[in-house]
Each structure stands twice: as structure tokens, then as C-alpha cells.
Write a protein that binds this ligand. Structure first.
Ligand code: PEP
Ligand code: MN
Length: 352
């Protein structure tokens, strides 16, 4: 159920409706928009009695939401969500593309700083690096944990980049929330509902990656878990799905970008690194992702990919990332987007 307020409804009227909803035993989610505020109602088992709400001052109409997802839907919020990072003009979901770059995992202070220096110089506003790595094998490198979080906090201090890193359980989420600027929920945890709820109670924005076999509806429902707990700052990330194709690690589903944008107000990034698993495909698919309308990219970069402790084959060399940024700026201009951050490299012709 959705309460649509009149265009000129006052703060008091909006508060009044929210209080009424809470009094009825439900949860109210006010979503301000450019034209009007809508208030989503969750927590109802059956039908909400419409009459009382409809008669309240400032209410335009009460609508039944037929889709299974409510708060992530464009029905409740027509305008795109823009996630803002306090004290800066850095954003995800606005006209500027969010470029997230960094190594798969933080391996050492030297490695992390070497990569950070290069991606920051190339124009990335967000630095990524795994502190807690969800690995297929229990014998593979699992990440440096809190030490990695401390290194990334230093990187933020030195380069001003915002830090995005993955939480794999409630315990690591507590720490990631403390140190990072944005909490990543990885593909393997997209349907870890207790973790999603915990992320929904976090004070930091969440980057939710698509599960490797998740349908669009499952993806949006996972985001709904986070919003339903009151955290509306969620960005989605397409990172490839499992198909029969074996020329790439996963099949990057770029068609999900316009599909999400039609149904949801949440921003969506694309990760061509995990999406392809192959370094030589990362730049072409970055261009395609920007062309298709993605709100940003997440790209793995390593100072020495051949020695990387995880995902070396898909990690770009820093020079390749420089070139990727040049090309992405060219495509961005074509689709009316900008790439914040000053790159120091001159545009060259788009090459394969
Ligand atoms: C990652 O971004 O570090 C990662 C593990 O990706 P995914 O969850 O998409 O596999
Ligand atoms: Mn990786």
C-alpha cells in the first residue's frame, strides 16, 4: 500500500500520516520526490484499511502496489535515487558516473597504496578492496580482515576516495560499517536475508551485487529487504550471471540495466571484472556498460596482477585503467553523462 501526498502537503501532514500508519501497527516509509512525497506501508499481513488514511489532510490518494517489491519500485518514487556522501559532492546515481576501482583484495599496505595512487590519479572517486573474501575454497586467501579496513581508512585520508568493501556476515558488517563509506554485499550473499536486514539497519549506504543466478525480481526483492529496514541508500551492481557460455567467467547481463531502471529508482553499477573474468574484456564491456546507461563501474585493478592473491586474470594493470578512463569519458559524453574527477590523460581513439 502506498499513500500519495498532495504536491503541496506540509511536513506536519506527512508526519501525521506516518504516525497514523505506525499507530495501525505498520511501518511508514516516507519517500520525498521532486513533485510529491509518497509514503510506503510495510509490515501489513493483509489489506490496510484505506478509508481512514484517504481522509487525512494532505493525502491525494491511497494506492495498492501490485508488484512484490514496493519500496524499490518506481511506483513509490518516480525520481532516481541519488546516494550522497556527506561533506562532499561525491554521489552515486546522479549525472556523474561513479567509478569504483581497486584490487580484488587488500594484500598489504604497499600493494593497496600502489593501486590507490594510480586509480585516484586516473579519476576514480571510490576505492574498493576486499578485507573479507568469500572464497570458493577454504584454503584460499580469506582477506586481512580489520587490518585491511585500517589500510583503506588511511587511503581515504590520503587520497580522499570513498571506501567500498564487502561484509560477509553480521560481525564483519559491524566493522565495515565503522570503517568504510559504503557496505558491499557480494553475489554469494545476495539472498542472505539476515545479512540484508542487518545492512538495512546500517547507517551507511549499501552496494548490493546481483547473485550469480538471480532473476531481476529476486535481485530487486533482495534490495527490498534492505529498504524495508529503513536504509534507502542502496545501489545495485550487475556482475554477471552463470550461463552455458564458457568463454567468460560469467555472462555480463547488460540488459538488466535498462530493465532495472524501468522498474526501480535505485542506481545500478556494472562490474565487468567479475562479469567477464578476463582482463581483455573489461574495457570493452566498460564502454558498453556506460553506453547502456549504467550509473557507474566497479573495476578490479592491481599493481602486479600476475602475483595477485585473488582474481589476477581479471585485474587491469594501472596503465590499462588509465586507458579505460579515457574511453569511458568519451562514451559518457555521448550519453550525456559526466565522469567527475580530473583525469590527466588526453582522449585517444576508442580501440579494441
Ligand atoms: C568482489 O567484488 O570482491 C566480489 C567478490 O564480487 P562478487 O560478489 O560479485 O563475486
Ligand atoms: Mn574479485
Amino acid at each position: 500500500m502506498l499513500v500519495v501526498m498532495k504536491a503541496h502537503a506540509t511536513e506536519d501532514e506527512i508526519r501525521g500520516v506516518c504516525q497514523k500508519i505506525e499507530k495501525l501497527g505498520y511501518r511508514a516509509h516516507p519517500m520525498p520526490g521532486a513533485q510529491r512525497t509518497a509514503i510506503g506501508i510495510t509490515g501489513n499481513k493483509g489489506e490496510v484499511e484505506q478509508g481512514t488514511l484517504e481522509e487525512m489532510p494532505g493525502v491525494q490518494e491511497v494506492i495498492k502496489v501490485s508488484k512484490p517489491y514496493k519500496l524499490v519500485s518506481r511506483d513509490i518514487k518516480e525520481d532516481n535515487t541519488v546516494i550522497r556522501f556527506t561533506g562532499t559532492d561525491v554521489a552515486i546515481g546522479g549525472n556523474g558516473l561513479a567509478i569504483v576501482a581497486g584490487p580484488c583484495a587488500i594484500e598489504s599496505r604497499e600493494q593497496a597504496f600502489a593501486v590507490a595512487e594510480r586509480v585516484s590519479r586516473a579519476g576514480a572517486q571510490f576505492f574498493r578492496g576486499g578485507a573479507y573474501k568469500p572464497r570458493t575454497s577454504p584454503y584460499s586467501f580469506q582477506g586481512l580482515g580489520e587490518e585491511a579496513l585500517r589500510i583503506m581508512a588511511e587511503i581515504r585520508q590520503q587520497y580522499g576516495m570513498k571506501i567500498i568493501t564487502e561484509a560477509i556476515d553480521n560481525e564483519s558488517l559491524d566493522l565495515v560499517e565503522e570503517y568504510a563509506d559504503m557496505i558491499q554485499i557480494g553475489a554469494r550473499n545476495m539472498q542472505n536475508f539476515s545479512l540484508l536486514k542487518r545492512a538495512g539497519r546500517a547507517k551507511k549506504p549499501v552496494l548490493l551485487k546481483r547473485g550469480m543466478s538471480a532473476t531481476l525480481e529476486e535481485f530487486l526483492m533482495a534490495a527490498e529487504y534492505i529498504l524495508s529496514e529503513g536504509n534507502y541508500n542502496v545501489a545495485l551492481c550487475e556482475r554477471g550471471v552463470r550461463t552455458f557460455a564458457d568463454h567468460t567467467r560469467n555472462t555480463l547481463d547488460l540488459s538488466v540495466v535498462p530493465a532495472v531502471q524501468r522498474l526501480s529508482h535505485l542506481p545500478i553499477l556494472v562490474d565487468p571484472s567479475h562479469g567477464t573474468g578476463k582482463r581483455n574484456k573489461v574495457t570493452p564491456l566498460s564502454r558498453a556498460a556506460v553506453a547502456v546507461g549504467a550509473d557507474g563501474l566497479m573495476v578490479e585493478v592491481h599493481n602486479n596482477p600476475d602475483e595477485a592473491m585473488s582474481d589476477g586474470p581479471q585485474s587491469l594493470f594501472p596503465d590499462q585503467f588509465d586507458e579505460l578512463m579515457v574511453q569511458v569519458r568519451q562514451i559518457a559524453a555521448v550519453v550525456g553523462r559526466t565522469v567527475p574527477g580530473i583525469g590527466m590523460y588526453e582522449p585517444t581513439a576508442v580501440s579494441k
